[in-house]
Design a protein around this ligand. Structure first.
Ligand code: G3P
Length: 218
């Protein structure tokens, strides 16, 4: 399973890349807006900081402008994936971009049917937003399960990217349900790093070892 970091903050990216766990980055206009007005410099830095895919979302609205902006975004670096939200008007744009050789992350996916349509167009990633379904009392993880089944039924090659992850349980079940990728906000990544029983276990081993009064093991 690939793990992406869901942030545009360069300090956090620098910190987490050191762990060796980060396979890529996902950004969106909300995340990018927190990093100040020099977005081109921010994005270029991010693309240089990680070896894997960096998803960058279009902000233009009109389909032809989205097409042109997608090309501009893709020309920033070789590891860029252009994020485009699901919209009927953008489907022909996605089709053109895929045939131009540009990698697309179809975002704001909330149904199996939306996922099916963009899979048919050959997008690289399909991003269902689990947490935002949970917010309105619908189990977002069901969407992961059903999109997985749909992709496997037809052998589509698009990768299933679990997004809008808000809790460890989202990651736990996304892994069991066969998501290819999960994008995780830094605060959730932090929580994954400590298990109380592991901490307790280390303390017990340490105190038992100290009883022997010996520093070296061998
Ligand atoms: O990857 C998508 C993510 O950034 C959205 O998360 O928590 O705003 O629904 P959230």
């Amino acid at each position: 399973m690939k793990l992406f970091l869901d942030t545009a903050n360069r300090e956090l990216i620098k910190e987490w890349v050191k762990t060796g766990l980060i396979d890529g980055i996902t950004t969106n206009p909300s995340l990018l807006s927190k990093e100040g007005p020099n977005t081109k410099a921010v994005l270029l830095d991010i693309c240089n900081m990680v070896p894997g895919d960096v998803s960058i979302e279009v902000v233009k609205k009109e389909p032809e402008a989205v097409y042109k902006q997608a090309h501009q975004i893709a020309s920033l670096a070789s590891n860029v994936v252009v994020k485009i939200p699901f919209k009927k008007e953008y489907l022909p744009v996605i089709k053109r971009l895929v045939s131009d050789g540009i990698s697309i992350n179809a975002t704001l996916i909330f149904s199996v049917i939306q996922a099916l349509l963009v899979a048919k167009l050959g997008v690289k990633y399909i991003s269902p937003f689990i947490g935002r379904w949970d917010d309105i009392d619908i189990d977002g993880l069901t969407l992961i399960e059903e999109i997985r089944q749909m992709l496997d039924n037809y052998g589509y090659e698009s990768e299933l990217l679990a997004a809008s992850i808000r809790h460890m349980i989202h990651l736990h079940h996304s892994a069991l349900l066969g998501a290819d990728v999960a994008t995780i906000p830094p605060n959730i990544f932090d929580k994954l790093m400590e298990h109380p029983l592991t901490v307790q276990g280390i303390e017990k081993f340490d105190s038992d070892w100290k009883k022997l009064g010996k520093e070296d093991l061998i």
